[in-house]
Design a protein around this ligand. Structure first.
Ligand code: FAD
Length: 464
C-alpha cells in the first residue's frame, strides 16, 4: 500500500502533473489487451520525462518495497502490463522521441515510447527499413516490442525484434541506469545482457533507450493469394515453398473459419469454399521479386486443390493484406472474450499441429480459428467463448491446455511473440523443466532481489 509520503516523493521526482492517482486514471491503467483478464488497479501512475526520472522511481520502489510495472501502449495479449500486485504503473509515454536515424551506420536510436509504425515511417523516409511488424504496429511501442520480443508476418525472412537490437539503456530493478551491448554489429564482451532483457516482459529492467539495426529498404514487393481445398494442403504448401529454396518475407495462413469471419466482417473476395488460404509476400530487387513470385505461383498451382494469383498492382496487394489484417477484428466482433494463443511448431509439424488444434476444439465443442505466421510455424489459435456461458469457458480453457500439451509433444513452444505474462503461467511447466525454471528464477532473484519489477509475471506462483 502506497502511503501519502511515497506519493509525494513520486510527485517530487516526476512533477505533480505527471503523477496520477485519480480513480479514473488508475482504471485506465488497470487493463491491457486481454479481454478476459480482470482489471488490476495500480495505486499510482507516473509519467517520467527521462531515464534519470525512471531510475529515481525504481530506486525509490526498491528502497520502499513497492511494485513497479513498466507500460508502453498496453496492447500485450498476455496480461503482462496489468499491475496485479498494485504499486506504480510506470508509463513510458513521454519518452517518445526518435533520437537518430543514422544512415551511415544503418541504425536508429529511439526512446521506448516511440510507436513502432512511427519508426518504420521515419526509417522509410531515409530509404531504410525496420522489419519487425507486429500487426498492432500503429499503436504498440518499441519498449513493449523489446520487452515481448515482438514478431509479425515478416519474421519468416527477417526474424523478430531481438535480431535488430544492438544496444540498450536500461534501469535495473535496483535503480541503476546501465548501458548494455554496443553500437557495433558484433559484440561478445561478457554475457549477452541485451538478449536477457529482450523478451523479459518488464521483469528485469526498464528499457529507456534502444539502438536498433536498420536494413536498406527493399526496392520491390510482390504479393500472392493462394487458396486450397483442404486445410492440410495449405499448411503442407508452406513447407514446400520453403524447401524449394525460396524465403518469402511473409507466409500468412487463414483457416476456413477465419476466411468466413473476414468475409462477413469486411468482404475482401476471399474464397469462402476454401479449406484455407495463404497470403504470401516476397521482397527484394525487382527482377528477383518477379522470379520468386513466378516460381511460387507455378509451384503452388501444381499442389493438390490449389489456386493461386499474384497481385497485379499495389491496390490488389493491399486488398490481400487488408483481408489478413481483418482476421483479428472480425473474430473479436464475434467473440470479444476469445482466448488468443500464439503457439509455434517446427515447420514439418505445422499440418499436424493445426489439424490437432481443430480436432481438440471440436472435441471440446468450442469454435476455433487458426491463422497467422505459418511461414515460421507461428499460429494464432483462437478459441471463441461467450463469458455468460461458464460451461463454454471451461471447455475452451481445457482446449487451450490440451493445445499447449500437444504443441509441446510436437516439439513446439507456448509462445512465439506474445510472451507468458499471467495468462500462460499455468502452462509454462509443460514446456520448461523444473531445472530451467529454477535457473530463470535465480536470474530474476539476482537482478531483482526484492521482486520490484513487474512482480507475479511469467512464473507460476507455486514455483516461487
Ligand atoms: C490487434 C493486436 C495485434 C497484435 N499483433 C501482434 C503481432 O503481430 N506480433 C506480436 O508480437 N504481437 C502482437 N500483438 C501484441 C502486442 O501488440 C505486443 O506484445 C507489443 O509488443 C506490446 O507493446 P506495448 O507497447 O503495447 O506494450 P505493453 O502492452 O504496454 O507492455 C508489454 C510488456 O512490456 C513491458 N514493457 C513495456 N515497455 C517497457 C519498457 N520500456 N521496458 C521494460 N518493459 C516494458 C510491460 O511491463 C509488459 O510486460 C498484438 C496485439 C493486438 C492488440
Amino acid at each position: 500500500m502506497l502511503d501519502g509520503s511515497i506519493i509525494r516523493k513520486l510527485e517530487s521526482i516526476v512533477g505533480r502533473e505527471h503523477c496520477q492517482s485519480a480513480p479514473e486514471e488508475l482504471l485506465l491503467h488497470a487493463y491491457d489487451a486481454v479481454p478476459s483478464a480482470p482489471p488490476a488497479m495500480p495505486e499510482a501512475v507516473v509519467f517520467p520525462a527521462d531515464a534519470a526520472e525512471v531510475a529515481a522511481v525504481v530506486k525509490l520502489a526498491n528502497q520502499m518495497r513497492f511494485p513497479v510495472v513498466p507500460r508502453g501502449a498496453g496492447t500485450n495479449l498476455t496480461g503482462g502490463a496489468r499491475p496485479i500486485r498494485g504499486g506504480v504503473v510506470l508509463s513510458l509515454a513521454r519518452l517518445d522521441r526518435i533520437l537518430a536515424i543514422d544512415g551511415k551506420n544503418l541504425q536508429a536510436v529511439v526512446q521506448p515510447g516511440v510507436v513502432t509504425d512511427a519508426l518504420q515511417v521515419a526509417a522509410d523516409r531515409a530509404g531504410l527499413f525496420y522489419p519487425p511488424d507486429p500487426q498492432s504496429k500503429e499503436t504498440c511501442t518499441i519498449g513493449g516490442n523489446l520487452a515481448e520480443n515482438a514478431g509479425g508476418p515478416r519474421a519468416v525472412k527477417y526474424g523478430v525484434t531481438r535480431q535488430y537490437v544492438l544496444a540498450l539503456e536500461a534501469v535495473l530493478p535496483t535503480g541503476e541506469l546501465t548501458r548494455l551491448g554496443a553500437r557495433t554489429l558484433k559484440c561478445v564482451s561478457g554475457y549477452d545482457m541485451v538478449s536477457l532483457l529482450v523478451g523479459s516482459e518488464g521483469t528485469l529492467g526498464v528499457i529507456t533507450e534502444a539502438t536498433l539495426r536498420l536494413l536498406p529498404r527493399p526496392a520491390a514487393r510482390g504479393t500472392l493469394l493462394a487458396s486450397f481445398a483442404r486445410m492440410e494442403d495449405a499448411t503442407d504448401a508452406v513447407a514446400a515453398v520453403l524447401q524449394a529454396g525460396i524465403v518469402p518475407s511473409a507466409i500468412e495462413f487463414l483457416d476456413r473459419f477465419a476466411v468466413a469471419c473476414v468475409e462477413d466482417f469486411e468482404p475482401a473476395g476471399l474464397p469462402r469454399e476454401a479449406g484455407a488460404v495463404l497470403v504470401i509476400e516476397v521482397d527484394g530487387v525487382p527482377a528477383e521479386v518477379d522470379r520468386q513470385q513466378a516460381e511460387i505461383e507455378a509451384l503452388l498451382k501444381k499442389r493438390p486443390g490449389a489456386a493461386c494469383r499474384s497481385a497485379a498492382d499495389e491496390a490488389q496487394a493491399e486488398r490481400m493484406w487488408k483481408a489478413r489484417r481483418a482476421v483479428g477484428p472480425s473474430l473479436a466482433r464475434l467473440a470479444p472474450h476469445k482466448l488468443n494463443e500464439d503457439i509455434v511448431v517446427p515447420i514439418a509439424n505445422l499440418s499436424r499441429a493445426v489439424s490437432d488444434i481443430h480436432r481438440i476444439a471440436a472435441e471440446q465443442n468450442v469454435r476455433c480459428a487458426c491463422f497467422g505466421h505459418a511461414g515460421d510455424g507461428n499460429i494464432h489459435a483462437n478459441f471463441l467463448v461467450r463469458p455468460e456461458d461458464p460451461g463454454e469457458v471451461r471447455r475452451a480453457e481445457e482446449a487451450v491446455r490440451r493445445t499447449f500439451q500437444r504443441v509441446v509433444e510436437l516439439g513446439g513452444t507456448l509462445s512465439g511473440e506474445h510472451g507468458i505474462g499471467t495468462t500462460k503461467q499455468p502452462f509454462l511447466g509443460l514446456e520448461l523443466g523444473a531445472e530451467v525454471m529454477h535457473a530463470m528464477r535465480a536470474v530474476k532473484c539476482a537482478l531483482d532481489p526484492n521482486d520490484i519489477l513487474n512482480p507475479g509475471k511469467i512464473f507460476p506462483a507455486e514455483t516461487a
